[in-house]
Design a protein around this ligand. Structure first.
Ligand code: APR
Length: 330
């Protein structure tokens, strides 16, 4: 049987980790594309030379030519600049939308049947742009943000409660920016509500428990920036790569996993025609369903605020890319 083909557009920090994870999990043959000559070729040669140690049998190719992504089943995009300390993801809009336009045109021409997972920031705007330029059905063009944000939230809860992160479930919805919405109400450790455990941990002190939860929520929202500040140069790369691989694997292996995905909403959660993070069923058809649930008043207000922030970025796109104004406004 033919192996799946995974193309990675952008061979920087995240692209390199993505390639390694794809190979180690034998998800399929991998093509790493970058505009910098030698970079993707060097990384893939290096990776190919550990196949014996890591025991994988997949073909690895580094390239500067879009023709090599032909026949891809999945394309994962990390092309673009990462932020520097003090920058927000939104500050990357101008530069990364020009890159995303180019990349999307390449995907449209050479991998017209592929599923596309975007990682480049500002995420929600980049996914929107890619879907508009490729014209692919929206269930095939999605963004990685919620898996990472949710995992960060779960990590902070696990560290606070001293339990394995594998037993923590918590979701972060909305846009992948400072307005993201961690859903506290449903956060649980194997079904037991996190808030209840916090109140018990702090001897019934509700206010203290709330204060601790608020701090974890705030840290989740700013978690990407926390890493950026520590690194000094570049942004998180292990965690976005692993998160996108979970999504790619769900599609390639038809797992029907329920993951928070940046998906196009068509009325769900009261939002029409915008890409935002919501729980989705991911399987061989891409986004196979969006799982709706009732947000309470406070959550809905935060969600709406997050959508507003996404809309603001989308509204700026036609000014940055005037040649695409017709497609973007269509
Ligand atoms: N086409 C393809 N690749 C490009 C293009 C382009 N037009 N422009 C830049 N690149 C490549 C760069 O050459 C670089 O190798 O994208 C790669 C980006 O890698 P890094 O700078 O290491 O950035 P990384 O940490 O991987 O993050 C990439 O993901 O999480 C987001 O905010 C982050 O937008 C950033 C993206």
């Amino acid at each position: 049987m033919k192996r799946a083909k995974i193309s990675l557009i952008g061979g920087g920090q995240i692209g390199g980790v993505l390639a390694q994870l794809c190979a180690q999990r034998e998800l399929g043959d991998v093509v790493l594309f970058d505009i910098v000559e030698g970079l993707p070729q060097g990384k893939m040669l290096d990776l190919a030379e550990v196949a014996r140690i890591d025991q994988f049998d997949v073909d690895l190719k580094g390239t500067n030519s879009y023709t090599d992504i032909a026949g891809s089943d999945i394309v994962i995009v990390t092309a673009g600049l990462p932020r520097k300390p003090g920058m927000s993801r939104d500050d990357l809009l101008g530069i990364n939308s020009k890159i995303m336009k180019q990349v999307s045109e390449g995907i449209k021409e050479y991998a017209p049947d592929a599923f596309v997972i975007i990682i480049s920031n500002p995420l929600d705007a980049m996914v929107t742009l890619c879907q508009k330029v490729t014209g692919f059905p929206s269930e095939r063009v999605i963004g990685q943000a919620g898996v990472l944000d949710s995992n960060r939230f779960c990590s902070f809860i696990a560290w606070e409660l001293g339990v394995s992160v594998r037993d923590v479930n918590a979701m972060v919805l909305g846009g992948h920016g400072d307005t993201m919405v961690p859903i506290v109400r449903y956060a649980n450790v194997n079904g037991v509500p996190v808030m209840e455990q916090l109140v018990r941990k702090y001897g019934g002190d509700q206010a203290k428990a709330q204060e601790v939860m608020d701090a974890m929520v705030e840290r989740t929202k700013m978690a990407g920036g926390e890493v950026v500040k520590l690194l000094g140069n570049g942004s998180a790369f292990y965690s976005p790569a692993s998160s996108a691989i979970a999504m790619a694997e769900a599609i390639l292996r038809d797992q029907k996993r329920v993951l928070p995905v940046c998906a196009l909403l068509k009325g769900e959660f009261g939002v029409d025609n915008y890409y935002v993070g919501v729980p989705c069923v991911l399987g061989s058809k891409g986004v196979e369903a969006i799982i709706e649930f009732d947000l309470n008043k406070e959550e809905q207000a935060m969600f709406d605020n997050s959508v507003k922030a996404v809309k603001k970025l989308i509204d700026e796109l036609p000014t940055i890319l005037p040649d695409l104004a017709a497609i973007l406004n269509g």
